[in-house]
Structures are given as structure tokens and as C-alpha cells.
Design a protein around this ligand. Structure first.
Ligand SMILES: [Ca+2]
Ligand SMILES: [Ca+2]
Length: 272
């Protein structure tokens, strides 16, 4: 037990070391910058004006502020490890920031090990509460619902399992499916390498449907990319399409029509 816990901790420590290496190799000189996210239009809109008397105060604020993530979404890839029971996992998914302090995600996760038989593949939704900052500690909760299927011997069950007209012939097998569910409290921290790329170290304790002996600490390292949209991408002056436009593929708006009548401004173009 103690040795297994040690190996779990060693995996977590390796994740921390990898994070530090990535930070020092990939972003040397930019770990703390008051202009670290200026290539993000929403961040730049807030901070691109010249400094005034509040220069030092604003530099500090700009160095930590990551509220430009609000309303944006992206994708992520994670690797997980656990020493007790020995388990390795991978996850691909999408995430979104409905608020700068709230992150939601859903991914597809594969787990091998788990003290159960073989591998599992399943869906894992999650939510995190975090600081709206470049270095962002968080707490969260995630779920897992997965399953697997494998062939097991069926030579003695008096059933023609494969429907070939012969009962319990040599090497007859049947398909055996198994489900694994779980819920896991999570703790960790993000660090934004750039305005749109993020590294995460996390630890989650997975309570499984297989009983407490199968519960485990899973330590993870995640790389994420924020893909938008920026607030400026949505032009508030753009016309909202009418129901007629949306339901009629060949409808176009006549720019010369009387703008007082939306109905009159719609031209229906015929295929002929
Ligand atoms: Ca058979
Ligand atoms: Ca059989």
C-alpha cells in the first residue's frame, strides 16, 4: 500500500517536473510578462492603451489577468497515471469557459489497468472552479462512464453462442461486456503558456462502481488550446437572419429594398 502510494506520488512529481521543464524551455523570459496575452483581441482591447500614472499597478494586473478566456472554448489532450491499482489513461475532449472562473469539459477517456479486466473506454464530463488568472489553481469534479467487451470461453454452457449450429464446440466463445462508472473530486492548476495554450497538472480521486478497493488517485498532465471565438468576432451590427432566410436556401437579402419592411427585403431566387 505504502509503496503503491509512493509510485502514485512519483507519477505526480514527474508531472510537476515536466510542467516546469516545459515552462522553462518553451517560454524562457516570458514566464511573467505584463503583455503575455496581447495577441488575444479581447485582452488587447482592455490593455493596449498607453500606461499612465498607474503603470506598475497595471503591469501587475496585466501579468496575472486571464479573463479573456470568458466565452471561449477549445480542445485538450490528457495523459493519466495511477500506481494503485496500476493504471494508465488518455483523454481527448473539448472545454469551454462560460465564465472566466468556470470551466466545463467533456472528453473521451481510455483506461487500462484499473484492477478490473482489460481496458475501458468512456465519456468523462467535468466542471472546475478556478481563479481567472494566468496561473490558475482549481477544484472540480468529474464523472466517468465507460465499458468494455471481450471474448471469454463458452465451451460448457449448453448454448450455441456463435449460432453456427454446433453447441459447445472447441474454442467457442461468448462476448462479455462490463461497465465501469465513477465520480472524482479533482484538484490542480493551469498555467497559460500563451494567450491560447495551457498546461495543466491535476490529481483526481476516482470513486468507482467496483468498490473502494478499485478507487484510485489519478494524476494527469494536460495540454489545451483555446480556439475562440473572440468577442470582436461577433459583429453586433450584423443583421439577424429571419426565419424565412434560415429555412429558404436560395433566399438573399435585397440591399436596395425598403428597410422599413423586412418581409419586402427578402428575395426568393428560383432555380430556373
Ligand atoms: Ca457454436
Ligand atoms: Ca457454448
Amino acid at each position: 500500500m505504502g509503496r503503491n502510494y509512493s509510485s502514485s506520488f512519483a507519477a505526480f512529481r514527474t508531472g510537476i517536473i515536466m510542467l516546469v521543464m516545459a515552462l522553462t524551455c518553451g517560454c524562457r523570459g516570458k514566464l511573467v510578462s505584463s503583455k503575455w496575452a496581447m495577441d488575444d483581441p479581447d485582452y488587447a482591447a482592455k490593455y493596449s492603451k498607453p500606461y499612465g500614472d498607474d503603470k506598475h499597478q497595471r503591469m501587475l494586473k496585466q501579468a496575472v489577468d486571464a479573463r479573456h478566456v470568458e466565452g471561449k472554448s477549445g480542445w485538450y489532450a490528457s495523459g493519466y497515471g495511477s500506481g494503485d491499482p496500476l493504471t494508465a489513461g488518455g483523454e481527448l475532449g473539448i472545454f469551454a469557459y462560460p465564465d472566466a472562473m468556470v470551466e466545463t469539459r467533456v472528453g473521451v477517456m481510455g483506461l487500462a489497468g484499473t484492477r478490473q479486466q482489460d481496458w475501458y473506454v468512456g465519456l468523462t464530463p467535468g466542471i472546475r472552479l478556478q481563479t481567472p488568472t494566468r496561473f490558475a489553481p482549481f477544484i472540480g469534479v468529474a464523472g466517468f462512464l465507460g465499458g468494455n467487451s471481450k471474448d471469454i470461453p463458452a465451451e460448457n454452457d449448453n448454448i450455441d453462442n456463435d449460432g453456427n449450429g454446433s453447441v459447445d464446440e472447441d474454442d467457442e466463445v461468448r462476448s462479455d461486456s462490463h461497465f465501469l462508472g465513477g465520480i472524482s473530486p479533482e484538484i490542480g492548476a493551469h498555467y497559460w503558456l500563451t494567450s491560447s495554450s495551457r498546461l495543466t497538472v491535476s490529481g483526481q480521486y476516482l470513486f468507482t462502481t467496483e468498490g473502494r478497493a478499485s478507487d484510485m488517485w489519478m494524476f494527469g498532465l494536460t495540454f489545451s488550446v483555446l480556439t475562440g471565438p473572440n468577442k470582436g468576432d461577433v459583429d453586433p451590427s450584423r443583421d439577424v437572419p429571419s426565419a424565412t432566410e434560415l429555412s429558404t436556401p436560395h433566399a438573399t437579402r435585397n440591399a436596395n429594398a425598403d428597410s422599413s419592411s423586412d418581409a419586402a427585403a427578402i428575395h426568393i431566387e428560383s432555380d430556373q
